[in-house]
Design a protein. Structure first.
Lengths: 175, 450
């Protein structure tokens, strides 16, 4: 097992790191990850990554809305029916406002929680934070990580490969 | 997006480091510390006033306010509607302008969202205090209890509770997930205890491509959901009035008219706050006069819809032929409520027409003055709607007069202080501009090794 967790190449622009990740894909590496101070269009596609978060949002909204509508109907028609001048117990139009609001609330809550959970956050410590230069990933530098779990990972070969992409520097990520 | 970069919302020489330095300096630099402390002490007095006012309501109940038959809703409800309205501009800037692909929102969205959150907190207090028995506010929540009762879902009060609670929670999440990458920047640029505190709130954000992809998807989805809230929350607030049978309240124009009024007053508040804050924190490079120009245009647009709302309300009061509506109309045009009515017409309809002239939109001084006048005008409008209608009623015997008491005013001044106090805390501890979003506007070019 490699003593490294991976190798990290540092770039100064989004265009360079995008070109680098494409080159790494072409070279056959799969355990890749890009770190950037803002979202770069095309990187997720280059990493063959897609998120299905929106489906979850849709389902959560649907379930939340249905649940509160049925709940209101149950409260007013079955559990605690108040006969006020013979008005209908199942006053569906009046249930629309809470239904609408809870649809949005459920969808929003599930979206945010799912986003954090799927991203593995919160995770306050991570081996990458041991690389001092990585502090600039949240500021003005762009990083490409080739992970040691890649079947083709060989530290010397990967180091040469990354150096060929003209990065500012290549850092070791200790395990 | 490439087209967004071309829009040159960022100075050509600015690079990523320059944006970081400028925004981080607003939090870390001691340049404004003394004036900040003075302002905090002053507004802290407002927070204390609010605590006293709230304590008084819990101790003596709402009898200490000026509310009495037939005016059961005093300025507490005026303040509620006013504060919720102000909140709307932040959501519009964050959500609708995001969906519309407007790059200029990036310089002001964080600030406007913070304004939204604090305004919702101010607004939310009023209906709860106004319950009469504020300690039982949680009865509005449908939770299983030994009394075997449930909230009355046919009541606009319960709708309001659902709408404002959803709005508050969603706005908080929207603001926070946008903030996480910037908190990571703060973590990485701080040392010691500060780095730890920012680190905890940044949740270990690393900015990986997979993180960003999910983050951006979630952000966009939340923007879509929040867009529905922009148009729905003040609609529900307007139902508090429009569902009732009272002359002056029972009109179908209320929902769109309230939403437009909310956006109108919200943009006025954005300008009222942003103009001095920009000068104070030295953010002229990122928040330009063009931003103010565009805010002014949106304010004018919303103001025109509000003007239509006034016109429709007056027209239908007359056209309905209903004697009570007509009596109220006469009172507005040349009766007891006429001075108030014509004041708010001049503040909300006449003066904003100056924004048709580019010179007026480019004059920061005029925008500042006008935005304050609109804030006042919109407060008067809500006073007029709430109290003007309640003072009339359907029969001469149900007429009555309302005057706010010392406690009414203290609560209002208290929330103003509370609002300013938390805005100041926000400016001091959190990056006031969305750095991660502004970075996307910088032209991408490689730099030599440094």
């Amino acid at each position: 097992m490699s003593p490294l967790r991976g190798l990290l190449a540092e770039f100064s622009s989004a265009g360079e790191v995008l070109a680098a990740v494409r080159a790494a894909r072409r070279a056959g590496y799969v355990a890749l990850e890009v770190f950037s101070p803002f979202p770069i269009e095309g990187v997720a596609a280059a990493l063959m990554f897609r998120t299905r978060l929106s489906r979850l949002t849709f389902i959560a909204g649907l379930l939340g809305g249905a649940a509160i509508f049925l709940f209101q109907a149950w409260v007013h028609a079955i559990d605690w029916h108040l006969d006020i001048g013979g008005r209908r117990a199942l006053a569906a139009p009046a249930f629309i406002v809470p239904t609408f609001e809870v649809t949005i609330l459920a969808a929003a809550l599930v979206t945010v929680f799912a986003m954090f959970v799927r991203n593995g956050l919160p995770r306050l410590h991570h081996p990458l934070f041991a690389v001092p230069a990585f502090a600039r990933a949240s500021q003005d530098r762009f990083f490409l990580l080739v992970g040691a779990e890649d079947p083709r990972f060989d530290a010397a070969v990967v180091r040469t490969f990354l150096a060929g992409l003209a990065p500012l520097e290549v850092h070791d990520v200790p395990r | 997006m490439a087209s967004e970069r071309d829009a040159s919302w960022i100075d050509g020489d600015a690079d990523l480091a320059a944006i970081n330095d400028l925004v981080v300096a607003t939090v870390q630099s001691p340049r404004t510390r003394r004036s900040w402390l003075r302002a905090l002490a002053l507004t802290g007095g407002g927070v204390l006033a609010l605590l006293v006012a709230v304590f008084a309501v819990f101790w003596w109940y709402v009898g200490i306010w000026g509310v009495d038959t037939p005016v059961y809703w005093g300025i507490a409800i005026t303040n509620f509607v006013w504060w919720v309205g102000i909140a709307h501009a932040g959501t519009l800037i964050s959500a609708i302008l995001l969906l519309a692909g407007q790059p200029w929102r990036r310089a002001i969205n964080r600030f406007a969202e913070a304004m939204t959150l604090i305004a919702i907190a101010c607004a939310g207090m009023y209906p709860l205090l106004h319950l009469g028995r504020p300690e039982f506010f949680y009865w509005l929540l449908p939770y299983p209890n030994t009394y075997g009762y449930w909230p009355q879902f046919l009541s606009p009060l319960v709708w309001d509770f659902f709408a404002v609670a959803t709005y508050g929670v969603t706005s908080l999440m929207f603001w926070y997930i946008g903030l996480v990458p910037d908190l990571a920047t703060m973590r990485d640029r701080s040392t010691g205890m500060r780095a730890r505190i920012y680190g905890v709130f940044a949740l270990g954000w690393r900015g990986s491509a997979r993180h960003w992809e999910r983050h951006q998807t979630a952000y966009l989805l939340l923007a879509g959901l929040a867009t529905a809230l922009v148009v729905s929350v003040h609609t529900v607030v307007s139902f508090d009035f429009a569902i009732a049978q009272l002359p002056g309240w029972h009109t179908t124009v209320f929902p769109p008219y309230f939403v437009a009024g909310a956006i109108f007053s919200g943009f006025a508040m954005v300008l009222t706050l942003l103009i001095p804050v920009r000068a104070w924190l030295g953010l002229r490079a990122l928040v330009t006069d063009r931003h103010f120009d565009l805010c002014a245009r949106l304010m004018l647009t919303a103001g025109l819809v509000v003007a239509y709302g006034y016109a429709a309300e007056l027209f239908f009061a007359w056209y309905s032929g209903d004697p009570h509506e007509r009596e109220l109309l006469a009172s507005h045009l040349h009766g007891r409520s006429a001075p108030l009515f014509w004041t708010l017409i001049s503040l909300n309809v006449v003066l904003p027409q100056s924004l048709w002239w580019p010179a007026a939109r480019r004059s920061v001084g005029w925008l500042f003055v006008l935005s304050i006048l609109i804030n006042v005008g919109m407060w008067l409008e809500r006073y007029f709607i709430v109290i003007g209608a309640l003072e009339h009623g359907l029969l001469p015997t149900t007429g009555g007069a309302y005057w706010p008491t010392f406690w009414d005013w203290l609560t209002f001044v208290g929330t103003l202080g509370f609002f300013a106090f938390f805005m100041l805390l926000f400016l001091r501890f959190v990056p006031a501009l969305a750095m991660s979003e502004l970075r996307e506007l910088v032209p991408d070019r490689p730099r030599g090794a440094t």
